[in-house]
Design a protein around this ligand. Sequence first.
Ligand code: F6P
Length: 545
Amino acid sequence: MSPQRSPSFLAEHVERLSRTHLRDLLRDTGRGERLRHRVGPILLDLSRQKLDAPALGALGAHVEASGWQAARDAMFAGEPINTSEHRAVLHTALRAGGSHLPSLAPREARQEIEQTLQRIERLIQAIERGEAASMGLPATITDVVNIGIGGSDLGPRLAVRALAPFHVPHMRSHFLTNVDGQAAHELMRQLDPKRTLVIVVSKTFTTQETLLNGNVLRDWIVRAYEGDARAATRHFIAVSANTAEAERWGVPASNVYPMWDFVGGRFSLWSAVGLSLALAIGMDHFRALLAGAARIDDHFRTAPWQENLPVLLSLIEYWNRNGLGTTSRAVVPYADLLGDLTSYLQQLEMESLGKQVTSQGQPATQSTSAVVWGSVGTNAQHAYFQALHQGTDVVPLEFIGVVRPAHTLRSNHDALLSNLLAQAAALALGKTFDEALAEVKSGDEAARRVLAAQRTFPGDRPSTLILLDSLTPESLGALIALYEHKVFMLGHLWDINAFDQWGVELGKVIARQILPALDGQVDDLTDFDSATRASIEAIQERREG
Ligand code: F6P
């Protein structure tokens, strides 16, 4: 059964708005006021979305009737809302120290979290004071390599890059993620093994890519110590919920930092998974990141839906996906420092919301996760924006801008922001055929009309604008928490479990079967399907070439 495209309560609004152009909606300045909201360092502007007050009211009535506040409180309280894995979902407890509200999370979890933060703090202080050796680490550390994939990579990677202006001196951060050996090869060429600290991050400590890369770097460091494996262990820290396996792999217990079952990998930046970030920016800034997220947690817990940024973002996504039937959303930060935001959101949203059955195992009745894609502007304008302006499909966009940059090149920044605003305006307003025709001065009437048709922009293409006052640990923490809660709300609205990811398992199983076949250890390939068999044979035939 294919999911219902437009829930019946939205149908009349979809129908009415199909006859209204965004250009006309934007004439109502009062509407704009109601669709712009600020919380702390974030301004959320939804005025370029294609909906009016009655449509928003219907969405609000729908969410109010859904029991979203009780569902939200159950998450904050640590109830096992990840039902397929019988787990609590307590990433908010990781930053509860920065909240101004009484925490609903179990006291035990909060204590473990605070103890771990204090361990991280002691580690950072020891490195800052040049006393790393006293913590069982190399005396001098110039480079930190985070080995991990998915949630054990994307959050720290995003934040380390976004917060480059806050980096401590004399310490470089690197991320080794893909199993493609090229990246490990390049790192080993560049770095001094005796001054490198490797953080192996894996919630399960069973992830093939991470363990393979961990082995490669361990061999490299052991070689630097002429085979002394004990000396090499000082260079490794592990972050895992499977501490026993991390120790078995060879990391001393004193260098293993915990993760917990109640934190999903893609929500784990705030835990010891963020260790490489904490090392890069220092503990005060790391705590500021947590405080920024906690501010949004408090807002999410207290604001009515009409002013609640995560709720509004989820309703807009619901409207575009289930009302207007769009299938993807482009995320375009106008900030190079946010260049990893899109890939971070791809995991956060698509791994959480790409589900086809409800939490009760019934077929989903509505379309779930849109495809999330995008890259930084202005570069994106010179690549795929043509299709966004004049292609046959409507793709909602999310623009993210920063008002005050961390540099003094004012004219660059004004050019950046003016482009952002221009794109949002052009997408919404478009250019009519008559306007285009008036611009074409030469040629006969028929030729002018042919050209004008090609120079017409339909407009009516929705976008969201998120403006950060500046890119700081606080505002980044707030931005990420905003997206996390939006994901929670969509999971609630779609009645799906946003906190498991069974869909990643099948490929992992098949890869384990193919691996020995590639290596020539399987004589009989007939158990594989014909296409896989042909590909294995093609690789085997040419690999020595
Ligand atoms: O394969 C998907 C996944 O399980 C993600 O959910 C997770 O973030 C990633 O792999 C890494 O897992 P781990 O932290 O256990 O190595």
